[in-house]
Design a protein around this ligand. Structure first.
Ligand code: ADP
Ligand code: MG
Length: 211
């Protein structure tokens, strides 16, 4: 049995939900600087719905594809802001390469992550350097694809998080080309994109859920 199984992913999502509660005000404050001050609130609404739906989800008999379809639908259906549909699409597609299996190897985990990031890009049409969550997610996708056959998964995830943190930091001097911050023009300079910050914090939960 592979390490990335139903129990692992359930734990990852539960950790994401508690991270979102802990960081709710911080993420919202980042969004107050260059958006409408609701990013943490949006994620909290979304992940509370996910946790609620877990109560009736049959973890014993379902699989990773149906699990992440559920997670994605919950975020898509509940969250009003841009991040709901974007993270919702991520999770909807994240489960597809798992192909209805109940556990996957690291190589498939990387495929799942890549497919999710591509879904965000397809939906939001943003590129690297547009001051969005993709400034953290795209470099992570590239790095993970180089490390698909890694024998030290923990180290690889730690390195990926470091890359994502750098990506989030890299949004600070930028003018936004997508999302609400676009309207601010040069006034967005000096502020970190909230979605790039939530992205690495969410991803970190995949590391924290490792045995
Ligand atoms: P809203 O902007 O509707 O209030 P949130 O505050 O929850 O939604 O999320 C804002 C974040 O969404 C931004 O910080 C940015 O990272 C991300 N975002 C917005 N538009 C796009 C897009 N087109 N592509 C990728 N990410 C985007
Ligand atoms: Mg907002």
């Amino acid at each position: 049995m592979n390490q990335f199984d139903m129990e692992y992913f359930k734990l990852s999502i539960i950790k994401m939900a508690s991270m979102v509660e802990a960081e709710r005000d911080y993420l919202t404050s980042l969004d107050s600087d260059i958006g409408d001050g609701d990013h943490g609130i949006n994620l909290s609404i979304g992940f509370r719905e996910v946790t609620k739906q877990f109560e009736t989800f049959d973890f014993e008999n379902e699989n990773l594809t149906t699990l992440f379809k559920k997670v994605g639908m919950a975020l898509l259906g509940k969250v009003g802001g841009a991040s709901g549909p974007l993270y919702g699409s991520f999770f909807m597609k994240f489960g597809v390469p798992a192909n209805s299996a109940r556990d996957v190897d690291f190589c498939t985990f990387v495929e799942m992550f890549s497919t999710g990031v591509e879904a965000i890009q397809m939906r939001g049409k943003a590129e690297l350097g547009d001051k969005t969550m993709l400034d953290a997610l795209l470099p992570a996708k590239d790095y993970l694809n180089q490390q698909k056959t890694s024998k030290d998964i923990k180290k690889t995830l730690e390195e990926t998080i470091a890359i994502m943190k750098k990506g989030a930091e890299s949004t600070e001097p930028l003018i936004a080309k997508k999302g609400r911050a676009m309207r601010l023009g040069e006034r967005a300079i000096g502020h970190r994109d909230p979605g790039s910050e939530s992205s690495w914090k969410l991803f970190e939960c995949f590391l924290k859920a490792l045995k």
